[in-house]
Design a protein around this ligand. Structure first.
Ligand code: MIG
Length: 668
């Protein structure tokens, strides 16, 4: 059951798809109080209660015990001391013996979740402006509540099947040659791959919808050539557009007045990668249409995958910012004081501070001028809606690959998400694992983190271990930053071991795709905290480094350097697969309870519930070449098990569970 409550004058956020009346009785569970700081929703927490959700934020699967702030920001590194990341997903479930309910605060402005931070026994949610809708979601247990929430927010984005293939990416140095070189090396090593990302350095002076003139001299030919090899190119699309009469998007956009304004009624100008830029005002329908149309340049070439970046939005500086920065530096030179120096630590904010921009950065909503801060967390989500307009214009029945950095609940209907600029840290491998079930709870099924880590230098062991998690993650992308150690798999001493892991991924694709599509079409989570499936198991509720996958599996990666094994808690009997490669593996029957498991660096482990079975196929070099006739079932069976294998053409929007499901029997 879902009930809606309304406060102030909520903005249209596009988060929900159900038309609902506002309840007239006061909101249950919470006491509501207005102070100078905002509208507070307070709840006293019982000792046994856990809190799940929040999609993208720092720290655990159980979010209790910290302060989280919805305030989309480009602020790497994603250390646990942060309170905000790139996206805001204001949905939580409070779960305990006496009560379990979900609550969604549909508020696109600054919003905080003090979940036992100021007071361990209190949860206080604060809306800065008090213009919001609140939804209380009740049902029978955690999974049922999660599903009910998804009914409220609508069906998750469906990527094409090729998006489940391995994606190679690198910020720095991409060219026709570098792509061909990696392809050839991967071919030699037998590493399957389906796509390459093209980052901003692969564009013409960092500008959207272009190609670097020297590195991609004939993009039409190159795109065709790669498609003929079964390889997709996935270019990046940034928010900002250079203010330059020679840029067609600037000219057409200015003509149609689609950019964000400042307090003088002129286009807001700020510096980002392409130079002096303007920012599309995606809150306007005409902007979304215009922006979507810009993608046709790529789409018409056969480019059918994209990643949307910098859409918090990230603004490096504003024109007067540089003058302010210079003055600050001068004043320190003239008279050094530690206080002044301290301000330098926040130098970026001297150049531009979106949080303090006020009327300087405005949107036009329903004909009214609205400062960004009122709807800030929606900006990236509105961008992806614009992208979707472009897809619909090109082919309304086709699925496209899309992942965004910034998002809000609602954009899960249009896009996947990647977790921005993580680090080549072991702690971020674990962060990756914890992030996935929280994202699933908020409707984001097509998700992944930069495998191997984006910033910093990865190592053979970290890359290999991270791949052993990446095998199970829908968006399987290896990406790294300019200036860091190069991360293409063929460059590592462990390349042969890595090749085997990617092959295991491709062997699992029929299963992963089937589970993904079933969950998407049934409004379910593909990855869940153990607590969701074993609500009566006190131990399962405490587990933060294992998650459930689909209807049959549990994953538990090794996430520590030099670890040759790890502890596992099994909430029921399970079959462990310990795999060196698709053909070199052991099946170990394990009983419910605690186990210490040996896992050599070149081994991947995962678990299948007793009396369940999963399909694995013979891998192929491309997703489309995987032959379903090679499927073999794996499981520990005391009786027959029937697996529902979903499959379809992987490309069109003609998706139907009934016609797509084939029953595969696994014998004893
Ligand atoms: O300011 O396009 O998160 O994946 O490689 C950095 C360059 C801009 C941030 C993205 C990252 C991407 C990088 N971008």
């Amino acid at each position: 059951m879902i009930r809606k409550y309304s406060y102030g004058t909520p903005y249209e956020t596009y988060a929900t798809v159900l038309e609902m009346d506002t309840a007239s009785e006061p909101i249950p569970y919470f006491s509501v109080e207005q102070t100078g700081e905002g509208l507070h929703f307070s709840l006293s927490l019982k000792e046994d209660e856990a809190i799940y959700g929040l999609g993208e934020n720092v720290r655990g699967i159980n979010k209790r015990g910290y302060l989280y702030i919805s305030n989309n920001v480009d602020d790497a590194p994603e250390t646990e001391g942060k309170h905000s990341l790139y996206s805001s997903h204001n949905f939580i479930i409070v779960a305990g013996k006496e009560r379990t309910f979900g609550v969604f605060f549909d508020d696109p402005a600054w919003f905080s979740f003090d979940l036992g931070f100021s007071d361990p026994d209190m949860a206080v949610m604060t809306s800065r402006y008090g213009d919001l809708a609140v939804y209380i979601i009740e049902d029978d247990g955690l999974n049922a509540i999660a599903k009910e929430f998804r009914r409220l927010i609508g069906r998750s984005y469906l990527p094409p099947k090729w998006a489940f293939g391995f994606i190679q990416s690198r910020f720095g140095g991409i060219s026709e040659e570098s792509v061909n070189e990696t392809l050839a090396e991967y071919e030699k090593l037998g590493i399957p791959i389906d796509s390459f990302c093209v980052d901003i350095d692969g564009l013409d002076e960092y500008q959207n919808f272009t190609w670097h003139k020297e590195n991609f001299p004939d993009p039409e030919r190159f795109v065709k050539e790669k498609l003929a090899q079964g390889i997709h190119l996935i270019p990046i699309v940034d928010v900002a557009i250079r203010k330059d009469e020679n840029i067609p998007e600037y000219v057409s956009g200015a003509e149609e007045d689609v950019f964000c304004h400042n307090d003088q009624g002129e286009d807001f100008v700020g510096y980002v990668w392409p130079g002096t830029c303007v920012f599309p005002d995606y809150f306007q329908e005409k902007t979304r249409k215009w922006f979507g149309h810009c993608y046709q340049r790529y789409l018409n070439m056969g480019v059918h995958g994209f990643w949307n970046d910098m859409n918090e939005p990230a603004v490096f500086a504003e024109p007067e910012g540089f003058r302010r920065g210079a003055e600050k530096l001068n004043s320190i030179c003239e008279e050094y004081s530690f206080l002044k120096f301290g301000e330098l630590m926040e130098f970026q904010k001297i150049l531009f501070d979106l949080e303090k921009a006020g009327d300087k950065f405005q949107h036009c909503i329903d004909g009214k001028r609205i400062p960004n801060e009122r709807v800030h967390n929606l900006y990236g989500a509105m961008m992806t809606q614009g992208t979707n307009e472009g897809f619909l214009e090109y082919d309304p029945n086709m699925r496209f690959t899309l992942f965004t950095r910034s998002s809000y609940i609602g954009s899960h209907r249009y896009t996947g998400v990647w977790l921005g600029d993580n680090h080549s840290w072991w702690s971020h491998l674990l962060q990756n694992l914890k992030w996935i079930p929280s994202m699933n709870l908020c409707g984001y099924l097509y998700t992944g983190c930069d495998l191997g880590g984006f910033n910093g230098d990865t190592t053979d062991e970290l890359m290999l271990r991270w791949l052993q998690l990446g095998v199970f993650v829908p968006l399987m992308r290896n990406h790294s930053a300019w200036g860091t150690r190069q991360q293409e798999l063929w460059r590592f001493s462990y390349r042969e071991k890595m090749a085997k892991m990617v092959n295991i991924r491709y062997a699992l694709i029929p299963y992963l795709y089937s589970e993904f599509m079933k969950c998407a079409l049934r409004d379910e989570s593909m990855y869940r905290p153990l607590a969701f499936d074993y609500p009566d198991d006190e131990r399962a509720k405490r587990v933060e480094d294992q998650i459930m996958l689909g209807g049959e599996c549990m994953i538990a990666p090794v996430y520590e350097q030099n670890a040759k094994g790890r502890y596992i808690y099994l909430p029921e009997d399970m079959l462990m697969l310990r795999m060196r490669s698709v053909d070199d593996f052991e099946e170990v029957k394990l009983t419910k309870g605690d186990h210490y498991i040996d896992v050599d660096t070149d081994q991947l482990i995962f678990f299948i519930k007793r009396n369940a079975a999963i399909p694995m196929a013979k891998p192929a070099m491309r997703v489309t070449d995987i032959d379903p006739d090679t499927i073999r079932m794996h499981g520990w069976l005391d009786r027959e098990y029937t697996y529902e294998l979903y499959d379809d053409d992987g490309l069109s929007k003609n998706v139907d569970l009934e016609t797509g499901i084939r029953h595969i029997k696994a014998g004893m």
